[in-house]
Design a protein around this ligand. Structure first.
Ligand SMILES: [Fe+2]
Length: 199
């Protein structure tokens, strides 16, 4: 099943002033597109063109790094666009998700601080996550195109901390970008939808 670039679920300028149209144009049209094109080329070369994205990620992890990173990044970005929305963020979360954050992650404030710390602490390119593993929420971080799926967990929120996601708008201030992501961009309804699907 060939990878395809999904449309952004909002206009390029919809996340301003927290994420600019210029960032989204480069990030979606150039970077995500490159993962799609390169991923298809490498999947074909590996004889996996007819496999699903999940199957390709799991089969290539640890054995074919170029294919894995492109497939992983395709998966990560498909969700990343949906993990944000105009007028996102806020501390009023859907009930069951809030309860799980309270019981597993020590409440909203601790979750926010730990998620930001995971993103800041990811040396070089990678992702910060909230994932469900063995029925519990966990904060995780991974390098490059890696994600919780290959660690037996289901990501319900992820923030791209590659410089291509924030350098135009925040320069080297990764913590400011992570704060803006949590406070003003997260689509908690989509996070809750993914969370519900794990229960
Ligand atoms: Fe990215």
């Amino acid at each position: 099943m060939a990878f395809e670039l999904p449309d952004l679920p909002y206009a390029y300028d919809a996340l301003g002033p927290y994420m600019s149209a210029e960032t989204l144009e480069f990030h979606h049209d150039k970077h995500h597109m490159a993962y799609v094109s390169k991923g298809n080329e490498l999947a074909e070369a590996a004889g996996m063109a007819d496999k699903s994205l999940d199957e390709i990620m799991k089969a290539s992890f640890g054995s074919n790094a170029p294919l894995f990173n492109n497939a992983g990044q395709h998966f990560n970005h498909i969700h990343f666009w949906k993990w944000m929305k105009p007028n996102g963020g806020g501390t009023s979360l859907p009930g069951a998700l809030q309860s799980a954050i309270d019981s597993d992650l020590g409440g909203y404030d601790k979750m926010r601080a730990d998620f930001i710390a995971a993103g800041v602490g990811q040396f070089g390119s990678g992702w910060a996550w909230i994932a469900v593993k063995d029925g519990k929420l966990e904060i995780m971080k991974t390098p490059n195109g890696e994600n919780p799926v290959v660690h037996g967990a289901t990501p319900i929120l992820g923030c791209d901390v590659w410089e291509h996601s924030y350098y135009i708008d925040y320069r080297n201030a990764r913590p400011k970008y992570l704060e803006a992501f949590i406070d003003s961009m997260v689509n908690w309804d989509y996070v809750a939808e993914l969370f519900e699907a794990t229960r």
